[in-house]
Write a protein that binds this ligand. Structure first.
Ligand SMILES: Cc1cc2nc3c(=O)[nH]c(=O)nc-3n(C[C@H](O)[C@H](O)[C@H](O)COP(=O)(O)OP(=O)(O)OC[C@H]3O[C@@H](n4cnc5c(N)ncnc54)[C@H](O)[C@@H]3O)c2cc1C
Length: 323
């Protein structure tokens, strides 16, 4: 079988891999993406799907999120994929939360955050979902965008293949990389550069990269309510003190729902779907970027904010590799 060649090979069709594929293809490179599963099945299809710059720490991470958001918008519009630019509200019901929120609204703009303090009346004008009783105020941020990760992880590859000629090989695990050769399933491939975006698989490729790197796996438990009646919409994404925590047990689900009732007045909070997700995370850094060999990079562990940061990080990695 003759070997096929691409300028850039990507391992993993999660959002991090797709972001690299998109930007590399847009810069005129031929790109192939290898995905071990018949379709993307990793953390990317299990997340909440909130592009959330406001949740990033000030400085490089926030700037990366803003760049990422621009690329997201460009891609979503070009591919005619649905998204909701809802913005977000971080609600305060307690004096200590109020103090944090007011301080953030005071200092945040100086660090580049687009945010605004709203009193309870102004919150009510923006959403019908926030329980008014006891509400002290909120941070309004217009930058958050909600997407459906399950839909997008299916549709983006189709768009990249059709519009940008990116080749996808699903059901095709990469076992070894010895550039220019890539050992990937039955086909023979060569590439000039490889970017490994394998999520929480730390064992298959360059395992030595991960040993002692501070990277680990983080398990998160999620749930979804039944569809709301009568076309009721949440509007801006809502967060309050404890919703910033993750959970992993039914008893915690119940506590979360009980806590949600303190600030969310949705018609139906019956949960009809549960799942969990495992993603890579680093104890200290916002992501892991390693160079295990010339023209090879390993990119993972975007701290549970991969959807937010993926395109910004991809731009950084590709520039650093002169792609
Ligand atoms: C519960 C939860 C909620 C989240 N919500 C948000 C959110 O609201 N906003 C946000 O910004 N981020 C969020 N995240 C983070 C984000 O969704 C994921 O962590 C992120 O999408 C991971 O992307 P990835 O491409 O690195 O990994 P993955 O999606 O895991 O993709 C890696 C892919 O590589 C493939 N692969 C691995 N090894 C090989 C190999 N050798 N050969 C071929 N293929 C291989 C795997 O099969 C997999 O499909 C959330 C995460 C979790 C867990």
């Amino acid at each position: 079988m003759p070997s096929q060649h691409a300028n850039v090979a990507i391992v993993g069709a999660g959002i991090v891999g797709l972001a690299h594929a998109y930007l590399a293809a847009k810069s005129g490179k031929s790109v192939v993406v290898f995905e071990r599963s018949p379709k993307a099945a990793g953390a990317s299809v299990r997340g909440f799907g909130l592009i959330a710059p406001v949740s990033q720490t000030a400085g490089a991470s926030y700037q990366m999120a803003i760049v990422s958001r621009e690329h997201w918008m460009e891609l979503l519009q070009a591919a005619r994929l649905p998204y909701q630019p809802t913005g977000s509200l971080h609600l305060a019901y307690h004096e200590d939360e109020l103090a944090v929120i007011r301080e953030f609204c005071h200092l945040g703009p100086g660090f580049g955050y687009v945010c605004q303090w709203l009193d309870a009346k102004a919150v009510a004008a923006r959403t019908q979902a926030a329980l008014p009783a006891g509400l002290l105020g909120a941070i309004w941020s217009p930058t958050e965008v909600a997407v459906d990760p399950r839909l997008l992880l299916r549709k983006i590859p189709e768009f990249l293949a059709e519009r940008h000629g990116v080749k996808f090989r699903f059901g095709c695990a990469v076992h070894a990389i010895e550039l220019p050769r890539i050992d990937a399933g039955p086909e023979r491939w060569t590439a000039d550069a490889v970017i490994v975006c394998a999520g929480d698989d730390f064992e298959t490729l360059y395992p030595e990269t991960f040993t002692g790197s501070g990277i680990s796996r983080c398990k998160v438990q999620l749930m979804r309510t039944a569809p709301q009646p009568g076309g009721w919409r949440l509007g801006p994404s809502l967060a309050a003190g404890l919703t910033l925590r993750y959970s992993d047990k039914t008893i915690i689900d119940n506590l979360v729902i009980r806590y949600l009732r303190n600030f969310l007045q949705a018609p139906n909070l019956d949960v009809n779907e549960h799942w969990h997700a495992i993603h890579a995370c680093h104890v200290e850094h916002p992501f892991l970027l390693c160079k295990p060999a010339d023209n090879v990079r390993v990119v993972t562990a975007l701290g549970g904010a991969d959807i937010t940061l993926a395109f910004g990080l991809a731009r950084h990695v590709l520039r650093e590799m002169s792609i």
